[in-house]
Write a protein that binds this ligand. Sequence first.
Ligand SMILES: [Ca+2]
Ligand SMILES: [Ca+2]
Length: 169
Amino acid sequence: MFESKIKAVSMTLVAFALLAFSYQALAGSAHLTWNANSEDDLAGYKLYYDTVSHAGTCPTGYAQSQLTGNVTSYWFDHLTPGQRYYFQLTALDTSNNESGCSTDPGEVSKLVTFRSDFNNSHKVDIFDFAILSANFNQTDCGNVADITRNCVVDIFDFAILSQEFLGEF
Ligand SMILES: [Ca+2]
Ligand SMILES: [Ca+2]
């Protein structure tokens, strides 16, 4: 009796996980990291991105931008798999002054892959599943299989992998 109750609860959880993510279109991710700006009044950074290069005109021309706090890395998780994206970075101070664009390096680009393509093979298959399985229940922030970026590899990450399974470009 007790055992079957537990089972019912876990099955509900799985159904909820699949439902919660079913509305999301397939999405790709890119992880950007940079060296910290050392000025005293640093407030954060602004990441510019687009699907075409604007290397010569930065920051003018980029279609989109993302503010971050005072951090040195950021995950983009809603990009299009198979699309190349171009990124640039500026710093903002507490008076909202914006620096020029980073020059070392300048613009960087990445061919974006699926969030659950952990081994960057341009397809989501049994090898990515094996990586997620090996990391299941791990609680380290930054784990490659933590697709939801909540510092635990769990059923929600598995739900995303299931949805992207066999995706390739
Ligand atoms: Ca893969
Ligand atoms: Ca997670």
